[in-house]
Design a protein around this ligand. Sequence first.
Ligand code: FES
Length: 475
Amino acid sequence: MKNKSIWSSENKQTRKMNQVSCEESDIVIIGGGITGVTLSYLLKDSNKKVILVDQGIIGNNVTSRSTAKISFIQRDIYQKLEKTLGYDTAKKYYESQVLAIDIIKGIIDDNRIKCDLEKSNSYLFTTLKSKENTIKKEKELLTSFGRECIETDQLPIDFSCIKAFYTEGNYTFHPVKYLNGIIDLVKDNINVVENLLVEEIRPEKSRYLLKTSEGIIKAKQVVVANQYPFFIKPGFIPFKNYIQREYVNAAKYKKELHFNAINVEKELHSIRFYKDYIIYVSNNHRVTNQLDTKDNYQKSRDDFYRLFKLNPDYNWLNQDLMTNDHLPIIGEVKKNLYIATGYNAWGMTNGILGAKIINDLLLKRSNSFSELVNPNRVSIVGITNSIIDSLSYIKSYIEAPFHNHHIYIEEESGIKYNVYIDKKGKKHRVKRKCPHLKCNLIFNEEELTWDCPCHGSRFDLDGNLLEGPSKKNIQ
Ligand code: FES
């Protein structure tokens, strides 16, 4: 079994990237996931001088851990939005997702990108009698938006289902093949730079100076398309979001199927197929609610076996930035500084939406969805959740589970260190505090990483940064 995603396991791409230039650029995009890469595509003929920077290898980051459903069926999102922000907001969000699906399909078709895009009916279902009305309500809303929904009481596989419906107009694909296909299309127009960490964004007169591990880049406009924009101070995004984890298992299935499904109850069951693989996501939780990851991986594998009689070929962890009002956060946060994040586990559609909105903002075009997802919106919807989150963060400042003899804490000169002794007896020691905002790091025994429960930074065994918002290795 591999502890990595099925998509990045298949990432055979090797490419020589351009070097950073110290000349002034028009636009720097930080983050080579679906948003940043699609935005580069949209900008490639704009006559702007664009640099796309990724701190690692494109295709090995957040997008590669997604299930890569391109779907507007997103659990009970429309009734949540209707209840809290009104019918018109729910409808507008639906329209934004349909637009995103049209855009990505258009890009893939127009350029014949070989990324295994296929039509996939999306099922919304429940395993509980008590949730029948939630299915009914979601179907009514979608029908009122003009979408045909076909009612059923079973899924196309043997899986518990009390009530369901499905819709057409949704897709699945291979996200890493898509990213690599786009990079091939843009590389003559856009300077694509991998393995470059942007450590600081500093305003200077009418432009920004980006301090990187290789020197300074100058830019008139900057787009931060990382999952958690590192420069955001506590009090802004942290009070609008939390990090959710889910566990993904994939194994060869007895036949090839072409649908995807997700349930409405709190305990997640998400299913899709890729060639002859079944991909199943379960065991979702706030990171701060369950600091110990080991049991969660095991539980996800046990569930996978219990439900499908399969042992996984791939088992990986996915992290999503969830917003308290259920809408993504996309737009300008300071003059000429843009972010796109908070995709609520729907990174493929919202990632494309983010690219489209930011492209329009950069080029001073209007976009009818930009107000819906404006990062500066104030909503009372999230206030209670924000208070709960703040309490959870406090817990992770004081707690971190270490429960066996090869993972422990030691102290030297008043500084606490986390220690892991690997299978060969080698000692890996890192400071206990996350370089971002000093939460206690926890150990991920499955993927052998130090993970931060507060905002999702991850580091390898020796403290090298794998995923932000931290912009530094553990010192
Ligand atoms: Fe923010 Fe660790 S404290 S990611």
